[in-house]
Design a protein around this ligand. Sequence first.
Ligand SMILES: NC(=O)c1ccc[n+]([C@@H]2O[C@H](COP(=O)([O-])OP(=O)(O)OC[C@H]3O[C@@H](n4cnc5c(N)ncnc54)[C@H](OP(=O)(O)O)[C@@H]3O)[C@@H](O)[C@H]2O)c1
Length: 314
Amino acid sequence: MKIVIAGGTGQVGALLERAFTAQGHRVVILTRNPRRAGQVAWDGATLGPWVEEIVGSDLAVNLAGRSVSCRYTEANLKDMMDSRVDSARVVGQAIAAAVRPPRLWLQMSTATIYAHRHDAANDEASGVIGGHEPDVPDYWAYSVKIAENWERAQREAATPDTRKVALRAAMVMSPDRGGVFDVLSRMARFGLGGPVAGGGQYVSWIHDQDFVRAVEFLVAHEELTGPVNLAAPEPLPQRAFIRALRTSWRQPLGLPATRWMAELGAFALRSDTELLLKSRRVTPGRLVDAGFTFRYATWPGAADDLVRRARRHG
Ligand SMILES: NC(=O)c1ccc[n+]([C@@H]2O[C@H](COP(=O)([O-])OP(=O)(O)OC[C@H]3O[C@@H](n4cnc5c(N)ncnc54)[C@H](OP(=O)(O)O)[C@@H]3O)[C@@H](O)[C@H]2O)c1
């Protein structure tokens, strides 16, 4: 297959590029700063010569978007929104205009689209979309709005010959440097892996190999269209999640952090507390119904494997 990955220079793109290339597919990455063969320039917002890459490709994947790990200033929030919606819109325009469009368009979305809740899990059928929770800061609704607009841009694209799937992905855990697992591991190893603000908030996650396998599954299963949750079947409260990670790193100490300490930490890391405090309880209803099986369904086993691989990387 010829596979075009827009915004494929980040953590998730690297995983997919590695896997697809290993299987003998040809991968082209669309990036604002091409640095090597196989990378083609685009601006993530307007049509250009890059459209030629979409024509005759088999699969288009769009991952582009400003990182969400930042201070949620007005300017950053606007950038987070625009980079996602504009890139999805322009990928749709390119597919719509292609004489031979790809058969499938995988558009990144996020598990953050669901409501902050503890009582039950959100699958695609019965899940509650966020934005109206009474007990959370108002600005959390903005992340949900981003996800909704992101998915709408794909849904409304006039691409009748292309199957469309929106990937509602949970945190993708891979041992690569700079990814979310790396950041959490550093905290756990330095004794800072304790409950945050009580630790009752759920963490949804997916092991990198299952993420790649789920994407391959979606490519193969032509009956699947629309939003699909990519999350392991067993999300767990943050206090259990971080305790298991500490155990895998053999770090007995895990200092608890209060809400204001989390504020301080997020400020120091130039990030936002929503990433730590929102309860994300998301399960993979459609994948499981369609017959997908997870290699890493529970977090302790996944954490052991990721730590083993991270140690190997040094
Ligand atoms: N990692 C996760 O666990 C996870 C989970 C759920 C959803 N997601 C979503 O999946 C996508 C990929 O995740 P990731 O972790 O690989 O993200 P990432 O490392 O931040 O990479 C995203 C890519 O988007 C491009 N980009 C950034 N700002 C842009 C802008 N203003 N306009 C156009 N392109 C821009 C960048 O490519 P260039 O600089 O090369 O152009 C960057 O490599 C993101 O949208 C993220 O929100 C990630």
